[in-house]
Write a protein that binds this ligand. Sequence first.
Ligand code: CMP
Length: 138
Amino acid sequence: ATNRTFTMIKPDAVADGNSGAIIKMIEEAGFRIVAMKKALLTQTRAGEFYAVHAERPFYADLCEYMSSGAIVPMILEKENAVADFRKLIGATDPTKADEGTIRKLFAKSMSANAIHGSDSDENAAIESSFFFAGLEQF
Ligand code: CMP
């Protein structure tokens, strides 16, 4: 069925001027952009977004990194959106990402890995509402 996922282009990719190239790959892969903006997270807001990772050893670094520069959050729509988007972005660790994936092309490290993709329909809905009100979705 047609459904939605949430993504954000991370600070490294935005700062490097790769947002446009990444959005082009997303659209060419058949995703429709439902909502999009540029945003800057505080460490506190980043901590709320990544609350599920609060007990992980990398949590503090992740929150610091994700608030270090502008991000581009988006809601995307497509058939089988969550799973297909995770294929398009590739593995979290860019050294393990397949050829042709967004992370293979643009990620620098495990934390500066260019882009986020929701891991389930449920998290896609939670993450989308973290950034976008209903009236911002077209
Ligand atoms: P993302 O899928 O956006 O959400 C959780 C993030 O935590 C993940 O991308 C990585 O950027 C980061 N992450 C996951 N595992 C590690 C790790 N072992 N070390 C550092 N960062 C990590």
